[in-house]
Design a protein around this ligand. Structure first.
Ligand code: AMP
Length: 411
C-alpha cells in the first residue's frame, strides 16, 4: 500500500515514522524532509498534490499542515475519488478563521471563553475595557500559532494592536491547564487519540512569546476517562454532528474550574503533539486511517503503550523571532544511539550534511517507564545535539510530574 503524507515538518516525520512500521506500507511525503528521506520517498511539491498522488498511485493521502486543507485539497481529492484523511475546505474554516470558530462554538453551545469580535482598534479598546487585564487578542486568520497575544496591561495591548491587523477576537483570559485533545473523525464516528500537553511559550515556566510549540508529552494521566468522555460529549460529537467533520479534529482546551473550555480548534494533528503520540501509539495506525477515509470508524479504538512519551523541540537562535538558518547540526546519530528518536522539523541537507532551515529544527522524542524516565531519556538525547544558537525549554513534561507524584504525606 502506498501512503502519501503532505507536509515536511516534525509532525509529518513522526507520522511517516509510524506508518513505515506497518507491514507492506510504502511511505511517500511531499515535500518531506531529510529525516523522512531515511524511511520513505520525498517528492518535491509540484503543481498540485492531486497530480502527485495520481502519479504515484497513492492508495491513501494524509494531510499534515492546515494550509492545504484551508485551500481545499480534500475537496479536490474526493472529486477525483481519491482517499484522503482531512476535512473539506468548509470544515477547515474552523481553524482558518478564529471568528468563524468562535461563532460556531457559540451557535452549537460549545464551552469557550467569552469574546467580542472587533473591526478596528477603537472597537478593540472598548472590548479590552470590558474584559480588563489580562486580556487575549487574536488575529482572525492563520498565523502559525503566533497570531495570539495575551496582554497583561495597557501598553502590551497597544503594542499588540499595532501589529495584529484586520478583524480581531478580543476575549476573556482563562486560567487552568491546557490540554490538546485530538480525535480522528470519519464524518459520523469518532476515535479519540490520547490527550497530550503542548508547551507554547518559548521559555521555561511558560514565559516569553508564543511559538508553534516547544515540546509536548503524552501519558495516561493528563485527563481522566470521565473528562475524556465529557469532552467527547460536549465538544467533539456536537461538532461532528453539526459539520460531518472528517480528519483530525484538535480541540485546544483550557481545563478551568468551570470545566473544559475550547480555546481553539485545529483541523489537523498537532505539532509537536504528534511526535509523542506516534511514539506511544501501540495500534497499527494504517487500517485506522484507511477507516477514517472511508467512513469506517464505528467501533474502532486505538491502543497506547503504558509508558509515557516526551518530545523536546530544539529551536534556532532567535525563534520565534528572526533567526539565521544554515547552521551545521551535530550529534543526531549520537542522540538516536542514546535511545531517543529524532524527528526533523526544520532541516535541509547541505553537501550531504544536515543543517538548520527553520525555527523549530528537531524534536527529540523518547519513551520511559515513567514520565520522569521519559523526560530524562529525551533530555539525554537533547544533550548530544548541538548547533549554533540552539535553544530549548528545560521543563518539558514537568507539569505532568506534578500530577503523577502523589502529594507528600503531612508529618
Ligand atoms: P490559540 O491559537 O487560540 O490556541 O491561542 C494560542 C495560545 O494562547 C493558547 O495555547 C493559550 O496558551 C493562549 N490562549 C489563547 N486563548 C486564551 C484565553 N482565552 N485565555 C488564556 N490563554 C489563552
Amino acid at each position: 500500500m502506498k501512503i502519501l503524507v503532505l507536509g515536511g515538518g516534525g509532525r509529518e516525520h513522526a507520522l511517516c515514522w509510524k506508518l513505515a512500521q506497518s507491514h507492506g506500507v510504502e511511505v511517500f511525503a511531499s515535500p518531506g524532509n531529510p529525516g523522512i528521506a531515511h524511511i520513505g520517498t520525498c517528492l518535491p511539491v509540484t503543481t498540485s498534490y492531486l497530480t502527485l498522488a495520481e502519479e504515484i498511485a497513492a492508495d491513501l493521502t494524509v494531510v499534515g499542515p492546515e494550509a492545504p486543507l484551508v485551500a481545499g485539497v480534500v475537496d479536490e481529492f474526493r472529486a477525483r475519488g481519491l482517499k484522503i484523511v482531512g476535512p473539506d475546505r468548509a470544515a477547515a474554516q474552523l481553524e482558518g478563521s478564529k471568528i468563524f470558530a468562535k461563532n460556531f462554538f457559540k451557535q452549537i453551545g460549545i464551552p469557550t471563553a467569552d469574546y467580542v469580535t472587533v473591526e478596528n482598534p477603537a472597537e478593540a479598546r472598548r472590548a479590552i475595557d470590558r474584559f480588563g487585564f489580562p486580556v487575549v487578542l487574536k488575529a482572525d486568520g492563520l498565523a502559525a500559532g503566533k497570531g495570539v497575544v495575551i496582554a497583561h496591561h495597557r501598553a502590551e495591548a497597544e503594542a499588540a494592536l499595532a501589529t495584529l491587523t484586520g478583524r480581531l477576537v478580543v476575549e476573556e483570559f482563562l486560567r487552568g491547564e491546557e490540554v490538546s485533545f485530538i480525535a480522528l473523525c470519519d464524518g459520523r464516528h469518532v476515535v479519540p487519540l490520547a490527550p497530550t500537553q503542548d508547551h507554547k511559550a518559548v521559555f521555561d515556566g511558560d514565559t516569553g512569546p508564543n511559538t508553534g510549540g516547544m515540546g509536548a508529552y503524552c501519558d495516561s494521566t493528563i485527563l481522566t476517562e470521565a473528562q475524556v468522555q465529557h469532552v467527547l460529549d460536549r465538544v467533539i460529537h456536537p461538532t461532528v454532528a453539526a459539520t460531518g467533520f472528517t480528519g483530525f479534529l484538535y480541540a485546544g482546551l483550557m481545563m478551568t474550574d468551570a470545566g473544559p473550555k475550547v480555546l481553539e480548534f485545529n483541523v489537523r494533528l498537532g505539532d509537536p503533539e504528534t511526535q509523542p503520540l506516534m511514539k506511544r501509539m501501540a495500534s497499527d495506525f494504517v487500517p485506522v486511517l484507511m477507516a477514517a477515509a472511508t467512513g469506517g470508524l464505528a467501533g474502532v479504538t486505538l491502543e497506547w503503550r503504558p509508558d509515557p512519551a516526551v518530545c523536546v523541540v530544539l529551536a534556532s537562535g532567535g525563534y520565534p523571532g528572526a533567526f539565521e538558518a544554515g547552521k551545521a547540526i551535530h550529534g543526531i546519530a549520537d542522540a538516536e544511539a542514546s535511545g531517543a528518536t529524532v524527528f526533523h522539523a526544520g532541516t535541509r541537507l547541505d553537501a550531504g550534511a544536515a543543517v538548520t532551515s527553520g525555527g523549530r529544527v528537531l524534536g527529540v522524542t523518547a519513551n520511559g517507564s515513567t514520565l520522569a524516565a521519559a523526560i530524562d531519556n529525551a533530555y539525554r538525547g537533547v544533550h548530544r545535539i548541538a548547533f549554533d544558537g540552539m535553544h530549548y525549554r528545560t521543563d518539558i513534561g514537568r507539569k505532568g510530574l506534578a500530577r503523577s507524584t502523589p502529594p507528600a504525606a503531612s508529618a
